[in-house]
Design a protein around this ligand. Sequence first.
Ligand code: URP
Ligand code: ZN
Ligand code: ZN
Length: 502
Amino acid sequence: MEFDSIVTNGIIVTASDVLPLGIEIGITDGKISCLGTSLPRDESTKIIDAKGAYITPGGVDSHVHFAQDNSPTGDNFVTGSRSAIAGGNTTVLAFASQLKTATSVLPTVEDYHTRAKDQSYCDYGFHLILTNPTPEIMSKELPILMSQGITSVKLYMTYEPLKLGDAAILDVLMSARSLGFTTMVHAENSDIISLITSRLEAAGHSEPYFHAISRPQIAENEATYRIISLAELTDTPILIVHMSSEVAMKHVRKAQTRMLPIHAETCPQYLFLLSERLKGNEQDPFEGAKCVCSPPLRHDPKDLDAMWQGIANGTFTTFSSDHAPSTYDHSGGKKLGLKDGIMTYKSIPNGVPGVETRLPLLFSHAGQEKTSRLSLQRFVQLTSSDPAKLYGLEGVKGNIAPGCDADLVIWYPENEIEGGVVIEQKMLHHGVDYTPYEGMTVRNWPRYTILRGKIVWDRDGGGVVGGVKDGQFLVRGKGKIVVGKMGQEATGMLSGERDYWR
Ligand code: URP
Ligand code: ZN
Ligand code: ZN
């Protein structure tokens, strides 16, 4: 067997195993064709030496916002995907967002294709944000989109221009059940947030810190319980995105122990950052705007610990960045919330950047030491293999196995990067002008990112060495249920009761 390239001298980590040093990866036509020892080679075979370091699957960041109209100053596909590969990602799933007034989503998706085509350093796909799920869209257009590889939607329970009420959510879940698309949900109680927001406003509390006060954990807890109930009623798998609250997470955990197909995601900001970051400082009282995201950063280190528990114990299926980029020092970015010296948190675009730092931040805590927060295998599950399964990319992405795309991250040998890497805005590749992780030290960083057999990131040999046309649109299949199963009665229902109304 002839290989185009062989990756040698590394420790391969998959979702199930840490293989012994020395297993080689043979790559042919951009795919992994073989794992073995002493693979045959000749002078034309390209040898990539991992120097004894860990090799993990290319990261699958299943929640990024690139080139969206609601964050016009942030990243487009060129800058966002450039940042993605520099942080070890080979796949991103971004969003095509329906306007509430749009009665067809096919032009929306076409538009987002134009924003991404030939402008991505890594492979990409789209989730559809549904803000107006008309019967026509659900019955005629969703099947078309699914045949084109767009097999997931995101729904919002909050944000005025995006949110759906329970009746509309139930309709979408019923369609998801019959068509088989994956449903992601942003779960926060909109009315709780509106009430507190108007009362804060009346009391003159409008600085960025009050963003956290306006969206208490109970808003997330209630909406999480509600969406789990709607999913249980309709027997539909869901994924609750960007979770930040322990009580909400426990609702998920409880549902999972009942074998309900309830998946959950958390993000770096909910493992590493607290609401104190929303307070400004003397030089810049508005600085906290950089960390305005929803759900908001929580108040107590115990909140971070709770999320770490969900990372370790399997409650979370995916660990995504929710890269939601808005330039800080820009009148159309975070500074939309600062007019004539008056700070108005509710006008600050939500979200933090993080596609490039996601993997190094989590990898820092993955290992076999007593102090490790998660195993290396769990790191792979959360960051690549489970998002690939959940979003219809199993067998293609997220694994180091014959037949899969040769998407790999080669880290530094641990003894070569002593002291770690200090995260600084100036070393990052996104289009945003800050990182919320400035000054934090991570243990390691991707030395190489390999996309379908091609080195696209070579940290010591030119940095970004891939091109904007390297990334391909991924025609995804139907997602797989990773947790629980379908086909159970909802609590208190008789066997077959749903058949009367399905
Ligand atoms: O604050 C966040 N997460 N903004 C991005 C939009 C979203 O809700 O995912
Ligand atoms: Zn969201
Ligand atoms: Zn998001």
